[in-house]
Design a binder for this molecule. Structure first.
Ligand code: ADP
Length: 212
């Protein structure tokens, strides 16, 4: 870090970023009751001098921060809506046999079972289907709803929740995936995505790359 003479305002900026980073330029300007344009030269100087680090879409960090801290902060800022993947859904009237076929074709370990309006009715995992297969050798005649875990016993996550919340829920519920839901009418939940252990692992790798 170079030893330039910092102005009072630049010192203020550093302390704001230390306390609140990652923080956007707009937010720093707001804290100091200045415009973003007034602040721009200071932010450029502090970034070039190595006091601050700027990351696209996230904001400014104090560059002297511990890497472990940085990961924690990024994780708590990463939102489910930005990392979720596409849900694989089947209808409640689907047979257990077709559910197995869908799992292979879509290469997923869990399917979300929905009614006509895309409302979440249940979740069916690989082991749920294996279990039902033991008692019913002819899976063509078995509805998937017989094998699934039903609402309201499903652990879900919302679009605006953080990936950190999602990771904690995956661990505490001891499941492989969480349906991402959006409230529809009458406190019913529409399935709009999924977060799996793979989604979390992908984010973990991305965070690692950010720090290198
Ligand atoms: P597997 O059964 O293939 O090991 P999981 O560990 O995800 O896969 O599922 C364990 C059990 O939990 C299954 O009975 C499944 O129906 C249920 N389950 C899976 N995901 C959820 C969830 N998000 N909320 C509640 N139950 C779930």
């Amino acid at each position: 870090m170079s030893s330039i003479q910092l102005s009072a305002r630049q010192k203020q900026i550093i302390s704001i970023v230390q306390q609140q980073g990652p923080i956007t330029g707009e937010k720093i300007a707001e804290e100091l009751s200045l415009t973003r344009a007034t602040l721009r030269p200071d932010l450029a100087i502090l970034t070039m001098a190595g006091y601050l680090d700027a990351r696209p879409r996230v904001g400014y960090f104090y560059a002297g921060k511990e890497a472990a801290n940085l990961v924690g902060e990024l994780l708590k800022k990463a939102l489910v809506k930005d990392y979720k993947s596409v849900p694989v859904v089947v209808h409640t009237s689907t047979t257990a046999y077709d559910a197995v076929v869908t799992m292979f074709l879509e290469d997923v370990g869990t399917l979300y079972v929905v009614n006509e309006n895309g409302i979440l009715a249940g979740v069916v995992s690989r082991k749920d289907l294996l279990k039902v297969a033991i008692g019913h050798p002819h899976l063509q005649g078995v509805p998937v709803s017989l094998a699934m875990t039903r609402m309201p016993n499903i652990t879900t996550i919302k679009l605006e929740d953080t990936m950190y919340d999602a990771a904690k829920k995956l661990i505490s519920a001891q499941v492989d995936s969480l349906p991402v839901v959006k409230e529809a009418i009458d406190s019913q939940w529409e399935v709009v995505g999924r977060v799996t252990k793979t989604t979390i692992t992908r984010l973990f790798v991305e965070l690692g790359e950010n720090i290198e």
